[in-house]
Ligand binder design. Structure first.
Ligand code: ADP
Length: 605
């Protein structure tokens, strides 16, 4: 405050007389004197006198304050410097930017950092009181809760010994200044123990106010070089501190002057500012002064104390929420996509299945169409035989030749031919109907021969067919379906041979055992297929013929695979033509083989 007033005054005065302005500059030093100015003034006056001389252009003034008063003066910027105890200085440092420029140096102390301590005083005749623990349940007096040497240093030491003054003393009484009253209360037995600044006892004894022998101090360290009895660790001596508004140049001149100041008769001298970290630690452990927020359990204190952790936790929680929402969203989107894909796939499979069923049926009808000419040819023979036998019987009866034997033969023949015609019809119907496959044991050579008979019904186009068949080749399955496969392969071979002259057309059908399967091959010397065409051979509707449907081999492959076999095409080693082969599993040795000569084929000529 005064520094700013001073600057204003200077600014005005400088217009008239700059020299007189310098002479009028003043600075105020606030000093902690909790027991009143009278107690403290004498030696401090010497310091002021010294400073006035050492810094001649500034007039120094002293103001004495108790703890609260000094704090208010600092808050209102009414002082330029403060001289106060180390604990109070640490509080002003935290709240008002006070910064030490020198530290008191007591010639009697060990060093400036080891100058202040507390003494816990009891009567010498109290043999029951020798340690802090002995004070549990006792009446203890101290000056104020916020006194540094007068309470807090002792409080810290007691807590270190496991004694908590506010909890363990009965009661802990703060009786205020003067400090000497505490010693007298102990002397009178009104208190069992009293907490005072170290050296107070010795000072009182020196002034003749007490007899040192009447008192004992608890917890005194052995072989102590400190000049007074003490109960606690030592802390730094008082500092002089400049404040936020104090001009830097003035602080520097005051510090320089004080460091050069000779010791006063009262023992006051100054040294470089010392380390007050030990005071900070004491305050932090007691959770007082600048660290009082550590003990406040309010929400605000909690938030203040853990703000960084809370911020990090909040960020993590936010990240987690964002992550969870994102994952949920992705799962939702992908589940939807998967569901759509599954539905589409099922629909496609259903359509394919239905298409395949239709194709199967259409293919059978197509083959039926192809077979219709063969049907006429096949039925022609039994029907004309029936007609011939019937007419023969008619002529015999008209001629009166009624011998029973020939008539019986003719009627048997008629019945047999009718049965053959019925079998032909059944066979053809089996191709055109959707029917479940049957399982029967049959011989492959028989199936080959049946297929060849149908094939030869094609007429003049049919080439010479050579066969090399293993007579023992027997399999289990649907004979009609296998014949259908053979017929299809033969018909394709025939189509492939169309460009060759009739006499050069050759088809070879082989059937033989290969390990656990029988292998049937139809070889022709026709146009053949290149590698690319062979790859597409079994695709539905692949055809190279103008009137082809491209379904025959698809159906054949399905039939063969339904029997546990394979169907494939391979180029002929000779170079020209194609060989179509399929395999069928040979039945177990235990399975009964069909009779060699049994009539396994309904379509016999
Ligand atoms: P389609 O006979 O109606 O064309 P297929 O499925 O029976 O239908 O035959 C498909 C195609 O395979 C035929 O168009 C033909 O090009 C080819 N193919 C089948 N067998 C032979 C063969 N032995 N030689 C040459 N090409 C063949």
């Amino acid at each position: 405050m005064l520094s700013s007033l001073r600057r204003l005054a200077c600014a005005a005065a400088l217009l008239l007389a700059p020299v007189s302005c310098l002479a009028q500059a003043s600075a105020t030093i606030g000093i902690l004197a909790p027991e009143g100015a009278e107690e403290a003034s004498r030696d401090w006056d010497r310091v002021i006198t010294y400073l006035d001389a050492a810094v001649p252009d500034t007039r120094f003034q002293l103001h004495y304050f108790d703890l609260a008063g000094l704090r208010e003066a600092v808050a209102r910027a009414e002082v330029d410097f403060v001289i106060t105890n180390s604990g109070h200085y640490v509080e002003l440092e935290a709240s008002y930017g006070a910064h030490r420029i020198a530290t008191l140096e007591d010639t009697r102390a060990i060093s400036p950092t080891e100058a202040i301590a507390s003494a816990v005083v009891v009567r010498a005749d109290r043999a029951d009181l020798r340690s802090f623990e002995d004070l549990v349940g006792k009446r203890v007096h101290a000056v104020r809760e916020d006194a540094f040497g007068g309470f807090r240093i002792a409080w810290h030491a007691m807590r270190g010994a496991g004694v908590e003054p506010s909890r363990d003393f009965r009661p802990l009484a703060f009786v205020g200044f003067p400090l000497q009253e505490i010693v007298r209360a102990v002397e009178r037995g009104e208190a069992d123990a009293g907490v005072v600044r170290a050296c107070l006892l010795e000072n009182m004894a020196r002034r003749g106010e007490i007899r040192l022998a009447d008192f004992a101090v608890l917890n005194v360290p052995a072989d102590d070089s400190f000049p007074c009895l003490r109960s606690t660790a030592l802390y730094p001596d008082w500092p002089i501190a400049a404040l936020r508004d104090t001009p830097h140049a003035l602080s520097k001149r005051v510090a320089t002057a004080l460091l050069a100041m000779p010791a006063t008769p009262g023992g006051i001298s100054w040294t470089v500012p010392t380390d007050y970290q030990s005071v900070h630690e004491l305050f932090r452990e007691l959770q007082v002064g600048p660290y009082a927020y550590l003990r406040e359990q309010t929400l605000q204190a909690f938030l203040l104390r853990y703000r960084w952790w809370l911020a990090i936790g909040g960020l993590l929680a936010l990240g987690w929420v964002v992550h969870t929402v994102r994952v949920e969203h992705l799962v939702h989107v992908r589940t939807g996509a998967l569901r759509d894909a599954l539905a589409a796939r099922e629909a496609a499979e259903r359509a394919a299945r239905e298409g395949q069923e239709k194709l199967d049926h259409l293919a059978r009808l197509g083959i039926l169409g192809e077979l219709s000419s063969m049907l006429a040819h096949e039925l022609n023979q039994p029907l004309s035989a029936i007609g011939n036998f019937a007419r023969g019987m008619e002529r015999r009866i008209e001629a009166g030749r009624l011998e029973s034997e020939p008539l019986l033969d003719a009627s048997r023949e008629i019945a047999e031919q009718a049965e053959r015609a019925r079998a032909i019809m059944q066979h053809i119907r089996a191709f055109s109907q959707k029917r479940e496959g049957t399982r029967e044991a049959f011989r492959l050579p028989d199936a080959v021969r049946n297929a060849l008979r149908l094939f030869e019904g094609v007429g003049a186009r049919a080439p010479r067919v050579e066969t090399r068949l293993d007579a023992d080749a027997a399999v289990v399955g649907d004979r009609l379906q296998i014949e259908q496969v053979l017929l299809n392969l033969l018909k394709n071979a025939l189509d492939a041979l169309q460009e060759l002259p009739q006499r050069e057309r050759n088809i070879l059908v082989t059937c033989g055992r290969e390990g656990a399967v029988y292998r049937v091959c139809v070889t022709d010397n026709g146009c053949g297929l290149d590698a690319r065409q062979r790859e597409r051979l079994f695709q539905p509707f692949f055809t190279t013929k103008p009137d082809g449907m491209g379904l025959g081999l698809t159906i054949c492959k399905r039939i063969v695979e339904a029997h546990g076999g394979h169907l494939w095409a391979e180029p002929n080693p000779a170079g020209r033509g194609l060989t179509m082969c399929f395999t069928l599993p040979a039945p177990d040795a235990a399975a009964p083989a069909p009779e060699r000569d049994a009539p396994a084929v309904p379509l016999e000529r």
